[in-house]
Design a binder for this molecule. Structure first.
Ligand code: ARG
Length: 415
């Protein structure tokens, strides 16, 4: 009996060809696993296709709940944005997929795991690093990294082996979708000067075609997790899907990013992430009301580290556990409601309230009811400015290179 390989199967061209290629080149029996992370597809057709091509078994794993609970929500609580822009949709799915594939491989007694990544992207790094961390004995095969076929050659290979060519092959873009967003690459997008063609987008309308009337929504968070939309309690999957629709309709969540890949390439990436963009913004607004200044400053640094770690494929590291422990602890009082206005490509925060708010009207107001002791400011400022005053007397004002040296000689003379 042949040894078995578990293949991460998407139903697309490369992984379909991979089923045949693994059988022929590695003499392995292929178990195709399709993991549903919210990338709406006709899963029974995908399953059947794998079997028709020759997989000995084909499974669909519904991973949406795990994805929301253990990947999306922690990333949202951290406000994780790679290089300040990309909400990490694709990047978050790979460690989860790796984990589920390892589970199937162990259950099936397979000796190898295969995936459809090329040798140029981040996804191969995320898959391989995660699989190695979870099951170091497992062999990893990445056919598209090995076979050296161009796209045309892959299509020819498919035709000569009676592998149905997916209709998406006619699409000029490479696409990856999950609940947290859609990643779009290739084709006309590779010219960083060219505006992305409208047909690259399917989750969002362009801002100029968005409704002329704004829509107001209210998002309620409990300890940093969104639990209701417009007063209606919703599970995570429903809430995110609904927000993708609502915000997408207003043209929110288009991202155009020149991104630094792990493998050293800069690439132009387009994303659509209406729910992610809206939720991160709302969550940040609630944090500014419920976290102290120092917590907010520190958390920004953590968010950047956390985003890098996710992007770089290091999910199964102790650093992840350390950082997420901090993030979770920071969310204890991030409870409340944020009101947003969705209009022509923008989600703006227009209101926020929280039972654990640190905003204190009697301290902030300039009207009656002011309880801020203004007389205390005098002494405070004396001490706060003491080091500046001391230094300025000894070093700055006398020196040629001091702050006054930016003034012209004439101005200095007048001094
Ligand atoms: N650049 C993004 C990332 O690294 C998107 C990758 C899209 N992946 C794909 N297989 N199409 O996360």
């Amino acid at each position: 009996m042949a040894e078995k390989v578990v293949l991460a199967y998407s139903g697309g061209l490369d992984t379909s060809v991979a089923i045949k290629w693994l059988q022929k080149n590695y003499k392995l029996d292929v178990i195709a696993v399709n993991i549903d992370v919210g990338n709406e597809k006709d899963f029974s057709a995908v399953r059947q296709k794998a079997l028709d091509i020759g997989a000995i078994k084909a499974e669909v794993v519904d991973a949406k709940e795990l994805f929301v609970k253990y990947f999306i929500f922690p990333a949202l609580q951290a406000n994780a944005l790679y290089e300040g822009q990309y909400p990490l949709a694709t990047a978050l799915t790979r460690p989860l997929m790796a984990k589920l594939m390892v589970d199937v491989a162990i259950e099936e007694g397979a000796s190898a795991i295969a995936h459809g990544c090329t040798g140029k992207g981040n996804d191969q790094v995320r898959f391989d690093v995660s699989i190695n961390a979870l099951a170091p004995e497992m062999k990893i095969i990445a056919p598209a990294r090995e076979w050296g076929m161009t796209r045309e050659e892959t299509i020819a290979y498919a035709k000569s082996h009676n592998i149905p060519i997916p209709v998406t092959v006619s699409s000029p873009y490479s696409i990856d979708e999950c609940l947290w967003g859609k990643s779009i690459e290739c084709g006309a997008l590779e010219d960083p000067w060219a505006e992305p063609p409208e047909d690259a987008f399917t989750w969002t309308v362009s801002a100029d075609r968005a409704p002329d009337k704004p829509q107001y929504i209210e998002i309620e968070f409990q300890e940093g997790i969104p639990v209701s939309l417009d007063g209606q309690a919703l599970d995570g999957i429903t809430l995110i899907s609904r927000l993708n629709e609502i915000a997408g309709k207003h043209g929110i969540g288009r991202i155009d990013h020149i991104e630094n890949r792990v493998v050293g390439i800069k690439s132009r990436e387009i994303y659509e992430a209406p729910a992610a963009v809206t939720l991160i913004q709302a969550h940040q607004a609630l944090e500014s009301m419920t976290l102290s200044k120092d917590q907010l400053r520190f958390k920004q640094k953590v968010a950047q580290e956390y985003a890098d770690l996710i992007y770089n494929g290091l999910w199964f590291s102790q650093l992840n556990q350390d950082l997420s422990a901090y993030v979770l602890s920071s969310q204890r009082y991030v409870t409340g409601t944020v009101r947003m206005k969705l209009y022509k490509g923008h989600a703006s925060v227009v209101g926020r309230k929280s039972p654990t708010s640190l905003y204190n009207l009697s301290l902030a107001t300039y009207d009656v009811g002011d309880r801020f002791d203004q007389s205390a400011s005098n002494g405070f400022i004396k001490l706060w400015g003491l080091p500046v005053k001391t230094q300025a007397q000894v070093q700055l004002l006398g020196g040629k290179e001091g702050p006054l040296s930016i003034m012209s000689p004439e101005e200095k003379k007048e001094d």
